[in-house]
Design a protein around this ligand. Structure first.
Ligand code: PHE
Length: 523
C-alpha cells in the first residue's frame, strides 16, 4: 500500500487531502486558499480605497479630473459590475473551465488590470478597471468553491473552514488601505495601484504553489456544455454583447448623446445606467424563471415567496454598505475633521474600520447567537436588524453632515457609522448566505448563489442612480433618502417576520448562523 504522503492514484491523493489536519485541524490546502483570498482582497480593497480620490483628483495631481458625483456613481457602478460578473464567472466554472481554472484565469486578469492601473496613463486606467472587474467576477465566487472541495459533504469542519476563510477576506482588506495610502502619499496613485498588483501576484503564486494540495475534483466541470451548446456559444455571447451595447446606446441617448454628442460624461453615464438596467433585469428574470419553472415544487415556491422580502432587504443593505468607497469616502475626505488631536488620519484608512470590526466582533457575535439560539432572532428578524443598522448609519450621517461648524464632523462620527454597518453585516451577510442555500429550489441551487451576489449588484446600481439623480442636491439629502427608506423597510420587514417564518418553517434552523458550535450541537 502507498503511504498517505505519496499516494499513487488521484482518488488516494484526494482521500489523503480530505483527511488532512495539518493547518489548525484543516487540510493544508486551506492555508493556500486563505493566502490567495487574503492577497486578492488586499488588491481589491487597496485599489478601491484610492479609486474615488484618483478619479476625481485633477489631472495635474495625477487623477482623472472627473466631477465628484460622477466619480461616486462610477465607483458604485464598478462595484455593481464586479458582482454582476460573478454570474458569468460562476457559469463559466460550472460549464467550461472548472473552479480552479476559473479562479486562476480570473487572478491573471485581475493582476493585468492592476498593472494597467499602475501605468501613469489615463486611458490604460479604464482598461485596468475593466480587467479587474472581469477577473474578480471569475475569482470571487470560485475561490469559495475551492474551499468547499477540501471537505466531504458530511465533514463537520466545513463551517469553521468558511469562518477561517472569511478572516482572510478581512485581514486582506484591513491591511490594504494602510499600505496603499502610504504608497500613494510617497509616490502618487499609480504607486498605490502597483501595491495592488504585487498583492495579486502573491495571490497567484500561492494558488499555483497550492495546486497539489487541492483535490482532483477542482478541475472537474460539473455541468459541461454539450458539443452542440459549445457550437452555439459564440453566437449567444455575441447576442449578449450586442444586447448590452444596445442598452448602453439607449441609455446614452437618454442622457443627451443626440444633442451633446458622446462626451466622456455621457459615455460614463450611459455605462452607469446600462449596468443598473442589466442587473435589475437579470434579477427579475431569475425570480420569474424560478417562480414559473415546473421543476419548482409548491413548498419551494412558498420558500421563494418568503425569500423575496429578504432579498429586497439585502439589496437595500448593500446599497448603503457599499457606499464605503463612494459617498462615505467623500464624507471622509471633505466632511470630516481628520485631525484627532494626536495625529491626522488619512481618509483611506476609514476603509479599514469595517474589516477590523469584523475581525474583532465576529467571535463575540458568534457567542451571542449561540446563547440566543432558538429564542431570538429568527432569520428574518436578523435580516431586519442588519437592514435597520445600515439605514440608521445613514440617518446618523444625514444628521451629522451639517451639524458641526464648517460642515466637518469630528473624526469618530464616520468611524461609528462604519461600525454600525459592520454589526449589520454580521447580522445579515452570513445569515443571508445560509438562508439562500436553504431556500433555493433544488433545480436552481447554483443560480441561487448568483441571485445572492445580485443583491449587491442591484443595491449598488440603485445607489448609483440616486447619486446621479441627486447630483444637484447636498449630500445630506442623499443620506436622508437612502437612510430613511432603508430604515422604514427594515421596520416593515420586522413586522413581516412571522409571515416569513411561517413560509420557511421547514427550512428555518433554530440557529441560523452556521458556526462550528451549531454543527456540533446538531450532531
Ligand atoms: N468584505 C466582504 C468581501 O469582500 C464583503 C462582501 C459580503 C462581499 C458579501 C460580497 C458578499 O467578501
Amino acid at each position: 500500500m502507498t503511504t498517505p504522503k505519496a499516494p499513487s492514484s488521484p482518488s488516494e491523493r484526494d482521500a489523503a487531502i480530505l483527511s488532512d489536519r495539518r493547518f489548525v485541524g484543516h487540510p493544508i490546502g486551506l492555508a493556500f486558499l486563505f493566502n490567495t483570498e487574503l492577497w486578492e482582497r488586499f488588491s481589491y480593497y487597496g485599489m478601491r480605497a484610492i479609486l474615488l480620490y484618483f478619479i476625481v483628483d485633477t489631472i495635474a495631481n495625477g487623477g482623472l479630473g472627473l466631477d465628484q458625483s460622477l466619480g461616486e456613481a462610477i465607483v458604485t457602478t464598478y462595484g455593481a459590475s464586479v458582482y454582476l460578473l460573478t454570474v458569468i464567472g460562476g457559469w463559466a466554472a460550472d460549464r467550461v473551465l472548472g473552479a480552479r481554472r476559473a479562479t486562476l484565469y480570473g487572478g491573471v486578469v485581475i493582476m493585468a488590470g492592476h498593472i494597467f492601473l499602475a501605468l501613469p496613463l489615463q486611458q490604460t486606467a479604464w482598461l485596468g478597471l475593466i480587467l479587474v472587474a472581469f477577473g474578480t467576477g471569475f475569482l470571487k465566487p470560485n475561490v469559495s468553491t475551492l474551499v468547499s472541495h477540501l471537505y466531504s459533504m458530511k465533514d463537520a469542519r466545513r463551517d469553521s473552514a468558511f469562518a477561517i476563510f472569511y478572516m482572510s477576506v478581512n485581514i486582506g482588506s484591513l491591511l490594504a488601505p494602510f499600505v496603499v495610502s502610504a504608497l500613494r502619499m510617497v509616490g502618487g496613485y499609480h504607486l498605490g495601484f502597483l501595491a495592488a498588483a504585487v498583492g495579486m501576484c502573491l495571490a497567484l503564486i500561492t494558488l499555483v504553489l497550492g495546486r497539489k494540495q487541492l483535490t482532483s475534483t477542482v478541475d472537474e466541470i460539473s455541468n459541461p456544455l454539450s458539443p452542440n451548446d459549445l457550437k452555439k456559444l459564440p453566437i449567444k455571447l455575441l447576442g449578449i454583447v450586442i444586447a448590452c451595447v444596445a442598452v448602453f446606446f439607449i441609455a446614452a441617448m437618454l442622457r443627451g448623446a443626440l444633442s451633446e454628442g458622446f462626451t466622456q460624461e455621457i459615455i460614463l453615464g450611459g455605462v452607469v445606467d446600462a449596468i443598473s438596467l442589466v442587473s435589475i433585469a437579470l434579477s427579475i428574470g431569475y425570480f420569474v424563471l424560478m417562480f414559473r419553472s415546473k421543476k419548482v415544487t409548491a413548498s419551494e415556491r412558498s420558500h421563494l415567496m418568503a425569500y423575496v422580502p429578504l432579498w429586497i432587504g439585502a439589496t437595500l443593505f448593500f446599497m448603503i454598505f457599499e457606499q464605503a468607497a463612494a459617498k462615505m469616502a467623500t464624507y471622509a475626505d471633505s466632511r470630516t475633521n481628520l485631525d484627532t488631536g494626536l495625529f491626522v488620519i488619512n481618509p483611506e484608512l476609514y476603509q479599514s474600520v469595517n474589516p477590523a470590526g469584523i475581525v474583532l466582533l465576529s467571535p463575540l457575535m458568534a457567542v451571542l447567537w449561540v446563547k440566543l439560539a432558538g429564542k431570538f432572532p429568527s432569520t428574518a428578524q436578523k435580516f431586519s436588524i442588519g437592514v435597520l443598522l445600515a439605514g440608521l448609519s445613514f440617518v446618523l450621517l444625514a444628521i451629522t453632515s451639517d451639524m458641526f461648524p464648517g460642515a466637518t464632523s469630528p473624526w469618530w462620527i464616520l468611524a461609528v457609522a462604519f461600525l454600525i454597518q459592520t454589526v449589520g453585516e454580521l447580522c445579515l451577510s452570513p445569515v443571508g448566505l445560509s438562508a439562500t442555500t436553504r431556500m433555493a429550489p433544488r433545480a436552481f441551487a447554483s443560480q441561487a448563489m448568483a441571485l445572492w451576489f445580485l443583491t449587491s449588484a442591484v443595491g449598488q446600481s440603485l445607489a448609483a442612480q440616486f447619486i446621479s439623480g441627486l447630483e444637484d442636491h447636498p449630500d445630506t439629502v442623499f443620506y436622508w433618502i437612502l437612510g430613511g427608506m432603508t430604515t422604514v423597510f427594515a421596520i416593515a420587514l420586522f413586522a413581516m417576520s412571522p409571515w416569513i417564518r411561517r413560509h420557511m418553517a421547514d427550512v428555518e434552523l433554530t440557529d441560523a448562523i452556521p458556526t462550528i458550535e451549531n454543527a456540533e450541537k446538531k450532531a
